[in-house]
Design a protein around this ligand. Structure first.
Ligand code: FES
Length: 147
């Protein structure tokens, strides 16, 4: 059912952890499955992501996709990171079963939420970036679902 790469990133996830004083932090959740993903970006003055970490409270595919997503955005500029879509993450993992596609969407949204946070803090606009809908702010995790 799962590719070897998915199993590898699930069993040995890369870049797990937090970044203190991160340039951007994004937390997103999926209301249906209840999984939550948080991505930290460390972005230098040339807008290059030179470190990226994640914490995921979710299913195995969510762990694997966030691990792969962090690997893919590391070393990229913020504009290049916009090309790390859920499809790019899935391709890099040699695919996901259809019921697990939403897990990779969570990874894309978490990157976008972290980039959004960075853009807001630095008063810049990132081309093509929209405010993530499932953005969860610190401390709001316990709130009632609105939908
Ligand atoms: Fe929801 Fe995987 S089952 S993120």
């Amino acid at each position: 059912m799962y590719s070897e790469k998915v199993m590898d990133h699930f069993q040995n996830p890369r870049n797990v952890g937090e970044i203190e004083d991160a340039s951007g932090v994004g937390t997103v959740g999926n209301a249906k499955c209840g999984d939550i993903m948080r991505i930290y970006l460390d972005i230098d003055e040339n807008q290059v992501i030179h470190d990226c970490k994640f914490k995921t409270f979710g299913c195995g595919a969510a762990v694997a996709t966030s691990s792969m997503a962090t690997e893919l955005v590391k070393g990229k500029t913020i504009q290049e990171a916009m090309e790390v879509t859920n499809k790019a993450v899935m391709d890099a993992l040699d695919g996901l079963p259809p019921v697990k596609v939403h897990c990779s969407l969570l990874a894309e949204e978490a990157i976008h939420a972290a980039l959004w946070d960075y853009a807001e803090k630095n008063h810049i606009e990132i081309e093509g970036l929209e405010k993530p809908k499932t953005d969860i702010h610190e401390g709001e995790e316990e709130q009632e679902e609105e939908y």
